[in-house]
Design a protein around this ligand. Structure first.
Ligand SMILES: [Zn+2]
Length: 88
């Protein structure tokens, strides 16, 4: 993914544009959003989320679930992902 490389080299603006373009193409061609785009980008400012660089990942456990909260460091948007614990 070119957007990830752009962020890694410090070019967040360009990365956002790549993500925006990708979303535009996806909308126009009526295809499903790939998982890496759905989970790996901020829904508010379209910045690709890279742990330690543009995002902060926190993992918490609540009873049978694991909550992965992703905080976008660019705009402060938080997404939480609930996963069921597997095994013991
Ligand atoms: Zn954001």
């Amino acid at each position: 993914m070119e957007a990830l490389q752009a962020v890694k080299s410090g070019n967040v603006e360009r990365a956002r544009r790549y993500v925006g373009l990708a979303l535009k193409i996806i909308n126009r061609s009526n295809t499903k959003m790939p998982k890496y785009l759905k989970r790996g980008t901020c829904k508010k400012c379209l910045t690709p989320l890279i742990p330690g660089l543009t995002a902060r990942y926190r993992v918490r456990g609540v009873r049978k679930y694991v909550i992965i909260s992703k905080t976008c460091l660019a705009c402060g948007w938080v997404s939480r992902l609930w996963c069921r614990k597997t095994g013991k």
